[in-house]
Write a protein that binds this ligand. Structure first.
Ligand code: SF4
Ligand code: SF4
Length: 361
């Protein structure tokens, strides 16, 4: 009988409390017949070719992902790696009621902007990204997962897809032992705890930006700012993180120049850069000081210069035309700056880099 997949993405640290929470949660979820529990390494570190992503790519319907990341970071990491879907509503969150109000206000004020998400052809399924940071209690997560599982049934019923069996489960939750078709997980070795499948994928720690397409307006500020060839565009000229592993470890500079706060570094120590709601941890953050504002641009330019110098290249400061033309481009490694030939040159710097690319040094 198909079940609702619940994926637990382990944290990077060996903190025994965190390991304990992961294991206890996996064990308790596995007691519920309607759930299929899989434990895998930290989702941020996995590449699209990894066994973890092979498992995820075989899930056709709704699923739940529980990770040590903020919900939106986790969602868009998966999207970047080919696991697409709509973000399912979650009730167990680090987000306060006040945040939700702020978000609604923000949406109302800015809904005239065209966001990339509106152009994406997302499959008709929901991905529920839960945050381990939302609670220290295993029961809270189990309750939330069971609520989501029951809701998946309810949605099918509202959409007129529910058969008698699903209707019975909705009317009698106590008998809710099997869910409608959520897609089947591939057969994998069952390791460790009974009923829990574990993907053992070594992976290495990675550092790269993640774009939240529900905020991104495709303005291309980031591709113009980064001089390490991380960003590119797809065939319809939409921004993407093309060469994630070109990103400089610890550098969050481009997140500060994004006017929409759409660039997330999930492992950054500043919660707002890691994808947190505006007042995570009870500390209200003025996002304008972190993203897009003149001060933020100065900080970003300094951070980028540090990385350029560490890489043996010349700093370029704020990047006005005169300074950029004086920059020591002979030392710039020739990573691909854009992934296709479809983008028109946005500024003189683009033209110069394209000319250098053409020399095939
Ligand atoms: S700067 Fe931000 S909004 Fe603009 S394209 Fe990059 S991610 Fe999107
Ligand atoms: S500007 Fe820095 S942080 Fe942003 S992608 Fe480039 S190297 Fe990475």
């Amino acid at each position: 009988m198909p079940k609702l997949p619940v994926i637990i993405s382990k944290g990077q640290s060996r903190n025994p409390e965190k390991r304990g929470l992961e294991q206890a949660l996996a064990a308790q979820l596995a007691e519920h017949d309607q759930l299929d529990v899989v434990v895998m390494p930290h989702i941020y570190d996995l590449t699209p070719q990894s066994e973890g992503y092979q498992v995820l790519s075989q899930i056709e319907g709704d699923f739940v992902m529980i990770s040590w990341l903020y919900s939106r970071s986790c969602h868009w990491i998966m999207d970047r790696n080919g696991i697409h879907g709509h973000a399912g509503d979650i009730l167990l969150s680090q987000m306060t009621d006040e945040d939700e109000l702020d978000d609604e206000l923000e949406d109302e004020l800015e809904d005239e902007k065209e966001r990339v998400i509106n152009q994406l052809d997302l499959p008709n399924r929901k991905i529920y990204s839960l945050e381990f940071g939302a609670s220290e209690k295993v029961e809270d997560f189990v309750d939330e997962v069971l609520r989501i599982a029951a809701q998946s049934d309810l949605l099918e019923w509202i959409q007129g897809k529910a058969n008698e069996e699903a209707m019975d489960r909705f009317l009698s939750p106590a008998n809710n032992t099997a869910l409608a078709n959520h897609g089947q997980l591939p057969a994998l070795p069952i390791l460790g705890q009974p009923g829990v499948t574990e993907v053992q994928d070594p992976g290495t720690r990675r550092w790269y930006p993640v774009i939240d397409f529900s905020r991104c307006t495709n303005c291309m500020e980031c591709i113009d700012f980064c001089l390490f060839g991380v960003y590119g565009v797809d065939r319809v000229d939409t921004i993407l993180v093309d060469q994630p592993d070109n990103c400089r470890k610890g550098c969050p500079a481009c997140s500060r120049v994004c006017p929409e706060n759409a660039i997330v570094f999930p492992q950054h120590k500043t919660p707002a850069i890691a994808g947190a709601p505006a007042d995570a941890g009870g500390l209200k953050i003025d996002l304008s000081l972190l993203f897009g504002a003149p001060d933020a641009q100065d900080v970003a330019a300094r951070e980028r210069d540090e990385q350029l110098m560490l890489a043996g290249r010349s700093p370029v400061g704020q990047g006005d035309e005169a300074e950029l033309e004086k920059a020591d481009f002979a030392n710039i490694s020739m990573e691909r700056r854009q992934s296709t030939e479809h983008v028109a040159n946005a500024d003189p710097l683009d033209a110069l880099i394209d000319d250098l690319d053409a020399l095939d040094l």
